[in-house]
Ligand binder design. Structure first.
Ligand code: GAP
Length: 435
């Protein structure tokens, strides 16, 4: 059974994964801060994406572009003209709503006024600010609403310096900002979020093949990292659902507690973006194919994922409650690559003789994995805490350790315990944990 959202929100807060932002000031709606465990989990999600998409391939390179770019970028990309939602305003309380999200189109959900709405008006979703000290139209810049455009505007720079031939990709992970009208559902839809995007440039006649290829690759990534297939749904968009830049789009949806919703979109963006940037910048963004001696604008297949949404899905999917000897056990069965802490080191009691050995073991393991030393509370409670935060292995030091130099290693999922000589501990864990 999948948990409800409240269960995960509570666990996230209680254990230090995710906190409401600005909590001491009453909280800022739709903004979240990642705590000590959350930041590790989120980093591991991004690290796994980067490893599979960039490090393990020789056809993809990475970049890290600026959040604030020339405002012309957003004119060329179509965002200035078209990245907006229609909104109606209540003339009594002045709150604004998306008409398609209203339960009753005649009643304001905020103040209850009847038929107080204006006609819908377009509302720009990009955050606007000023570059430099003068607030003026000419100094208006935007916070990027997607990482993709930073890639397109660097296409020529990267292709030339990385000496890449088609097909090749450019990947980027970074923050994006959208002034969403209805931020909702914890970290699923927020106004500040992180994207993991890759633009794969190819010959126009090969874009369909690469589209199918990337759909399969991306499905595999989620499944290999532990999402259950029954909680995933794959769906190609109908022609009338496509965004202005896409010839084809495929969604990877997850069964969130409120229903199926998007984790990632894979789009065939054709030559839309490079062509637009070539036109607006006046630069030649075509590619010369030395084999066929043709010059053309490459087409682009884009897998675009959200790091925060993926993190939420991994948390939900890993969450299990079970009964062990008449007691409820909560366990996060996270893939070991994602677990925030890989090994917990626990003395059976707080006695100094044990904590000395614990410190030695911690020093031994710390260079290799994220570890946590926990000396508080009973051993049973500490195991329960480690299960709840998804720590795959717990190493316990007891009084026998002082005589036999052995420790007990407990497996999170099976709860089986092995007695291992300290000298063999690294070897034992290396076989079971990612390096
Ligand atoms: N470059 C294409 C693009 O940005 P998108 O479908 O708008 O496409 C890609 O965004 C992914 O970014 C989404 O599938 C989602 O995972 C994530 N995302 C988009 N808006 C988000 C938001 N407000 N909060 C959290 N994640 C978001």
């Amino acid at each position: 059974m999948n948990p409800d959202l409240e269960t995960i929100v509570n666990l996230a807060k209680k254990r230090g994964f995710v906190f409401q932002s600005s909590e001491i000031y009453g909280g800022l709606r739709s903004a979240y801060d990642y705590g000590p465990l959350g930041v590790e989990l989120l980093r591991n999600v991004k690290e796994e994406w980067w490893r599979t998409m960039v490090r393990q391939r020789d056809d993809i390179v990475g970049i890290d572009s600026a959040v604030i770019q020339s405002p012309q970028v957003w004119v060329a990309s179509g965002h200035v003209a078209g990245f907006s939602d229609p909104l109606v305003e209540c003339q009594v309380c002045h709150n604004r709503f998306r008409p398609d999200k209203l339960d009753d189109p005649h009643e304001c959900p905020e103040c209850g006024s009847k038929d107080s709405f204006t006609e819908p008006r377009e509302f720009q979703l990009m955050f606007r600010t000023n570059m430099g000290p003068v607030e003026s139209e000419e100094n208006t810049v935007y916070l990027r609403p997607e990482t993709a455009q930073g890639i397109f505007i660097n296409f020529e720079n990267v292709q030339r310096t990385a000496r890449k031939r088609l097909p090749f990709g450019i990947a980027q992970i970074g923050k994006s900002f959208r002034n969403e009208i209805t931020p909702e559902k914890f970290i699923f839809r927020t106004r500040e979020f992180e994207q993991m995007e890759m633009e794969y440039f190819c010959r126009p006649d090969e874009s369909d093949r690469w589209f199918d290829y990337w759909v399969e690759e991306r499905k595999r990534w989620y499944i290999e990292l532990g999402l259950r297939e029954e909680n995933l749904q794959f769906r190609e968009h109908d022609a009338d659902e496509l965004s202005h830049y896409a010839a084809r789009t495929y969604d990877i949806d997850y069964r969130f507690p409120w229903g199926w919703d998007e984790l990632e979109g894979i789009a065939n963006r054709t030559d839309f973006d490079l062509k637009a940037h070539a036109e607006y910048s006046g630069e030649d963004l075509s590619y010369f194919d030395p084999e066929t001696e043709e010059r053309f604008i490459p087409h682009v297949v884009e897998p675009a994922a959200g790091a925060n949404r993926a993190t939420l899905a991994f948390l939900l999917d890993a969450y299990h409650e079970e009964e062990v000897r008449g007691e409820k056990r909560t366990v996060l069965r996270l893939d070991t690559r994602l677990s925030p802490i890989k090994v917990a080191v626990l003395p059976l009691s707080k006695k100094d003789v044990l904590t000395e050995v614990v410190d030695e073991i911690a020093d031994l393991l710390r260079p290799l994995w994220a570890i946590e030393v926990d000396v508080t509370q009973s051993i049973g409670r500490r195991y329960r805490r480690q299960d709840e935060i998804g720590t795959p292995y717990a190493v316990t030091v007891d009084f026998d350790t002082l005589d036999d130099n052995e420790v007990t290693v407990r497996d999170r999922d099976t709860m089986d315990q092995d007695r291992i000589p300290i000298s063999k501990l690294i070897e034992y864990l290396t076989e079971r944990l990612p390096s």
